[in-house]
Write a protein that binds this ligand. Structure first.
Ligand code: 4AD
Ligand code: MG
Length: 526
């Protein structure tokens, strides 16, 4: 670069530097998350009214700013009367800046309060549709564009952010190379029934069900690789575990066996859990997640073969376990119903508005719990029967996984599934050709599968036989077969579903709440 050119450039950067700094600090506002550094000082917050109540003399505005919640206390006489009145009529989700002195208040949300000295309304919102009263899930999904602002969705969003960051960090710090695999695919990577077809200039292509096959190519170049992105399955199933668009992270490793994969998976999952515990305890608490249970998630995880899992399912211990669970659920529901009745009576009487709102929030929570428990009560006999009648050879169904995972307090690896029930690419166990060298990871306490993985068939002839056995078009897999012709090595990998992992960590019953804009079989709203 010539000197004449670089001088104006230097001047440009010198001029822009303070601007950049100013952009970062914006309008001198303080973030709620930083309030602890400003005790006794005057600050300005900017955000939205999350909740508000007034006694006529004092108003309590709970402000949210994206980093947290802060109770702002507005006392009559301490600000202009006109402003006091304006704030008193401010609707939920109105936007404003608010100035005041920070004081520690352990009883207040977040532990700090603002004694308000001034405020400026940016936009006054009227009749925000999502009120503290109960709304059905359909209503909330239709209003997802607004519901994302709720505490629950905010907490889940913050946890998702940590999970995604932990995923990338784990692989980047452990010698893996990121490979961005394609979204448009020429052939199936998993069951053909769940392919989404796309019209690609007059010919059919499919949305990716897995990056695995392409990752296998890359593993032969880089050794240890991973891909991370949206994944599509036309699942004709409306369960709480299925989305049609979900995020999956898939590592693939050359020179690895089944034990190596299990070790990688348990270290990986434990790392994600530890990062969430480190960064998101307040959010886990708000969501009522099982923090003590998560603190227990450390290697080694439990290991069962599929055959052992079948013995458990059909054994007496399981029948007894399920019967005990049914009794417990019924007792739990009776307690919840009693509390709901108490609250409903209270709501009919004369009570303060803040108490009414608090009760309404508790009722929403309790009714959700009741609904969940009722589903479990209804399913219990069906699941018990289906477990008792389980026969070797079938793939484990959702309810079978639920039972096994309910019986464990840490994740369980189930390995060596029947060959006939599994995908073509899984390596046949050379010691027992009825099973493959694969594993599923079942999250504990009833959550079920979060990971599916396997060692890959690395023998050309065996792989070809499997492709033909499953009625797949050989031409579509010629390139995949080539990998077995040129320097084939033992290799394998797995896929972890992000939304299912978040549902397990947060205790959220339905994975649709674990992605900002969910896509489900029957509904895509926004
Ligand atoms: O078990 P799956 O189908 O495995 C594969 O796709 C392999 N090709 C991965 C690999 O070996 N590289 O899917 C992996 C995980 C599941 O355990 C689950 O967590 C998630 O992806 N998953 C879904 N999540 C939400 N909705 C769906 N419809 C899902 N299908 C799979
Ligand atoms: Mg699976």
């Amino acid at each position: 670069m010539s000197f004449a050119k670089s001088v104006p450039q230097c001047i440009f950067y010198v001029l822009i530097w303070p601007m950049k700094k100013e952009i970062a600090m914006s309008d001198n506002r303080t973030l709620i998350i930083k309030l602890k550094d400003f005790t006794g000082q005057q600050v300005s917050l900017a955000g939205w009214v999350y909740q508000a109540r007034s006694s006529g003399k004092v108003q309590f505005i709970i402000l949210r700013d994206g980093t947290g919640l802060c109770q702002c206390v507005v006392e009559k006489g301490k600000i202009a009367d006109e402003l006091f009145e304006k704030l008193e009529h401010l609707g939920q989700e109105s936007s404003l800046t608010i100035t005041g002195v920070v004081r520690a208040e352990p009883r207040s949300v977040g532990g700090y309060e603002l004694a308000v000295t001034n405020a400026e309304v940016i936009q006054s919102a009227v009749d925000y549709p999502i009120t503290p009263k109960e709304h059905g899930i359909d209503f909330l999904l239709k209003h997802r564009h607004l519901h994302l602002r709720s505490q629950r969705q905010w907490c889940i969003g913050k946890i998702r952010h940590t999970v995604v960051d932990a995923i990338r960090r784990f692989f980047n710090d452990n010698g893996f190379t990121l490979i961005d695999t394609p979204i448009l695919m020429a052939a199936a990577g998993e069951e053909e029934q769940s392919l989404f077809e796309v019209d690609y200039f007059g010919s059919p292509l499919f949305l990716t069900q897995t990056g695995q096959l392409h990752l296998e190519c890359a593993a032969a170049s880089f050794g240890k690789v991973y891909c991370f992105g949206p994944t599509f399955r036309a699942e004709k199933s409306k369960t709480r575990r299925h989305l049609t668009e979900f995020w999956m992270v898939e590592p693939e490793v050359a020179f690895i066996d089944l034990n190596g994969l299990l070790e990688l998976a348990e270290n990986f999952v434990s790392y994600i859990v530890s990062r969430v515990l480190q960064s998101n305890k307040p959010q886990l608490e708000t969501l009522g997640a099982d923090i003590a249970g998560l603190e227990n998630i450390k290697p080694p995880f439990y290991r069962l073969t599929y055959t052992e899992a079948v013995e458990i399912l059909t054994g007496e211990k399981t029948a007894k376990f399920m019967a005990e669970q049914l009794t417990q659920l019924k007792q739990q529901n009776a307690t919840i119903e009693k509390r709901i009745a108490e609250l409903e009576t209270e709501q009919k009487g004369q009570i303060k508005q803040w108490k009414r709102d608090k009760n309404a929030a508790e009722l929403i929570d309790l009714r959700g719990q009741l609904e969940e428990a009722n589903i479990k009560i209804e399913n219990n006999p069906k699941h018990t029967q289906s477990a008792a009648e389980f026969r070797w050879g079938k793939d484990l169904g959702g309810s079978d996984e639920t039972i096994i995972s309910q019986m464990h307090d840490k994740p369980v690896f189930v390995t060596h599934y029947p060959r006939a029930a599994k995908a073509f690419y899984m390596k046949t166990d050379r010691g027992n050709d009825k099973v493959v060298l694969n594993f599923d990871t079942l999250a504990p306490k009833g959550f079920g599968e979060i990971i599916g993985g396997s060692v890959r068939e690395d023998n050309y002839d065996m792989l070809l036989k499997r492709i033909e056995e499953q009625g797949l078009k050989r031409e579509s897999y010629d390139w995949y077969l080539d990998l077995r012709k040129y320097g084939s090595v033992p290799h394998g990998g797995f896929g972890l579903g992000v939304e299912r992992t978040i549902a397990w960590l947060t205790g959220e019953p339905h994975i649709r709440q674990c992605i900002a804009f969910p896509r489900m079989m029957d509904k895509v709203y926004i």
